[in-house]
Design a protein around this ligand. Structure first.
Ligand SMILES: [Zn+2]
Length: 277
């Protein structure tokens, strides 16, 4: 099957052909041409590589906190990530950084604890990162790369659309997907900040604050963390963290707008998490 269309018509045709996904909480329709299983498999492989490349923190307090938070947040996204093999790792790195990958792999750098002081605050960051995954931002990026990468990829797109699977067409698409994941997450210390655009950050903030609230964490903590990010950004004069996570001030304002709904979820969660309060 060959498609000779170029540019936007291709995107439109693909949007028509594919079964598009809808993001949780925000309900945005999105293109998804990827194989869930293969994206998870590739992400897990990338995470294994990171664990081999970067020292892992032995700090018991950070590790215990992350395991508790991770367990509770992961329970809230079971239906969105049924294939996840959850793993929560604190890396011995001093950058302010955290990430989550399809397949249920979550990494937090020790440096994050410069701006995260409580378990609720850590929950806000982990929930935000997992929201990037359940909102399929990685899948979306891969889908876009497949469409925009030109002729050869179109065959892959067509095959993926017909359900033959992303890897069914040969190693070309495997390299594509792998390089997108590597580009997003990096493979070495200091390169692991996933680079999302501002809309995706906003979407992950919105979904994340709802997730943390459902998991029984006080959504006000998301605001406290963002306030520290604003301070950090201004202190650095718009340094590297700012460039990958733009406009902390805008995000802070937006978070205040989500607080009412999040507090409702938080109140409901107290029945479930009653014994822990
Ligand atoms: Zn983010």
């Amino acid at each position: 099957m060959k498609i000779f269309l170029k540019g936007t018509p291709i995107l439109a045709a693909v949007m028509l052909l594919c079964s598009c996904s809808t993001t949780p909480v925000t309900g945005r329709k999105q293109m998804n041409l990827t194989s869930e299983t293969e994206v998870a498999k590739m992400s897990i492989a990338s995470f294994e590589q990171m664990k081999a490349d970067m020292p892992i923190s032995t700090d018991p307090e950070y590790n215990d906190m992350l395991q508790r938070v991770g367990f509770r947040i992961s329970q809230q996204v079971f239906s969105a990530m049924p294939l996840a093999e959850w793993e929560f790792v604190v890396f011995d790195q001093q950058d302010v950084n955290a990430f989550a990958m399809p397949g249920g792999k979550v990494g937090v750098f020790e440096g994050l604890f410069k701006i995260v002081k409580t378990e609720d605050e850590l929950a806000s960051v982990v929930a935000h990162e997992i929201a990037h995954v359940t909102a399929r931002h990685t899948h979306e990026r891969i889908s876009q790369a497949m469409v925009l990468n030109g002729g050869g990829t179109l065959v892959n797109v067509a095959t993926a659309v017909t359900g033959a699977g992303l890897l069914g067409v040969g190693s070309g698409s495997y390299i594509n997907m792998s390089s997108v994941i590597t580009g997003l997450y990096g493979m070495k210390a200091g390169q692991s900040a996933a680079k999302w655009d501002q809309n995706k950050e906003a979407e992950a903030d919105h979904i994340g604050i709802i997730y943390m609230a459902r998991a029984g964490y006080d959504p006000h903590a998301a605001i406290t963390v963002m306030e520290r990010m604003v301070e950090l950004d201004s202190g650095r004069g718009g340094g590297t963290y700012n460039s990958t996570h733009p406009s902390s001030v805008d995000r802070l304002n937006a978070l205040h707008g989500y607080l009412f709904d999040a507090m409702e979820e938080y109140e409901k969660s107290k029945d479930f998490y009653f014994q822990e309060f």
